[in-house]
Design a protein around this ligand. Structure first.
Ligand code: CAA
Ligand code: NAD
Length: 295
């Protein structure tokens, strides 16, 4: 199937980046969020990234304007009726996503493909909320989507050869992306390995192996990671990581996927990490400062 217009739903950490890389590849994009404030914030981030690229002389102002001009923001799902592909990046919650897909199925034209950017849910559990399970795939981008090359493309048992090939071709056509097909197993490849690592960093902290800063510093300097695991947790979002951990724990029943108590405590406090200004670190100053969690 020929893709020319794409709907990206959810303008948060992931959705705004997916919208930007899609527009950079020449697609018309409808970026939809349920919340006007979140939509405006996502569009603002895209504009900031494009301005930065112009300042750094990586693209011409004309190109930046053209990319921005290809993205229409909306809070009305009806504006997705004529897109060829929907990439969904809303909150990691099975019931929320299923309810969303049930509604969307009646709005978007029948031959369009649905792709979920879920981090951990089985694609089949989302596909069955629609009447188009054969045109339903997973398309898992990494944060920040503008920078991280990988896209895992996931095939559910119901996905047709044609829809899967279309999704692979779409992801391969985005500038610099590395595409890895994966089977429909919760967490796919990267999160199956990365999520237990991040959760274990919190357990190490809880067990007194090191402070928040020392665990991060050690993994950066000793293992060559661009961010320490606790900074990465804040970057991904503690609410999202907790949801991923709960989903993977319930799927595999293994302790390595269980959310540790400190993570649950911070999510309960509404400290979701960098996106909310506070998590394991406080982002209100010039530099992030580790929060004292000894109470
Ligand atoms: N959005 C868009 N672009 C961003 C960005 C963001 N949030 N953060 C950084 N960038 C861009 C910058 O514009 C910069 O590009 P230019 O140099 O071309 O201007 C480039 O990335 C490098 O940025 P910085 O020099 O500011 O910072 P850095 O060198 O420390 O890199 C980073 C930032 C790329 C985020 C790097 O720290 C990194 O790779 N961190 C690890 C990220 C990671 O592991 N992501 C996967 C998370 S897990 C996941 O996504 C799956 C899931 O389901 C949870
Ligand atoms: P986020 O909290 O930053 O953004 C979610 C956005 O979805 C919000 O703007 C919210 O208003 C919007 N939303 C919620 N319900 C909606 C609905 N019914 N219709 C339209 N918009 C709705 O979350 P995020 O980090 O961008 O994660 C989004 C998805 O991407 C999740 O499935 C997550 O697991 C996955 N993911 C996250 C990361 C990451 O590092 N954060 C990486 C890869 C994949």
């Amino acid at each position: 199937m020929e893709i020319s217009k794409v709907g990206v739903v959810g303008a948060g950490l992931m959705g705004h980046g997916i919208a930007q890389v899609s527009a950079q590849a020449g697609y018309g994009v409808v970026l939809c969020d349920i919340d006007q404030g979140c939509l405006d914030s996502g569009l603002g981030k895209i504009e900031k990234q494009l301005s930065r690229a112009v300042e750094k002389e990586r693209i011409e102002q004309e190109t930046a304007d053209a990319v921005r001009g290809r993205i229409d923001g909306t809070v009305d799902q009806q504006d997705l009726s004529d897109v060829d592909l929907v990439i969904e990046a809303i909150t990691e919650d099975l019931e929320l996503k299923r309810s969303f897909y049930g509604d969307l199925d009646g709005i978007v034209k029948d031959d369009a493909i649905f792709a979920s950017n879920t981090s951990s849910l089985s694609i089949i559990d989302l596909a069955t909320a629609t009447q188009r399970a054969e045109r339903f795939v997973g398309m898992h981008f990494f944060n920040p989507a503008q920078v991280m090359p990988l896209v895992e493309v996931i095939r559910a048992v119901t996905t047709s050869d044609e829809a899967f090939q279309t999704a692979l071709d779409y992801a391969k056509g985005l500038d610099g992306k590395v595409v890895v097909p994966t089977p429909d197993k919760a967490g796919y490849i990267v999160n199956r390995l990365l999520v237990p690592y991040m959760l274990d960093a919190v357990r190490a902290y809880e067990e007194g192996v090191g402070s928040i800063e020392s665990i991060d510093a050690a993994m950066k300097a000793g293992a060559g990671h661009p961010m320490g695991p606790i900074t990465l947790l804040d970057f991904v979002g503690l609410d999202t990581t907790q949801a991923i951990a709960e989903i993977m724990f319930s799927e595999f029943r293994e302790r390595r996927f269980a959310p540790p108590p400190t993570l649950r405590k911070l999510v309960s406090a509404g400290w979701y990490g960098k996106k909310s200004g506070k998590g394991f670190y406080d982002y209100s100053g010039d530099k992030p400062v580790a929060v004292d969690l000894s109470v």
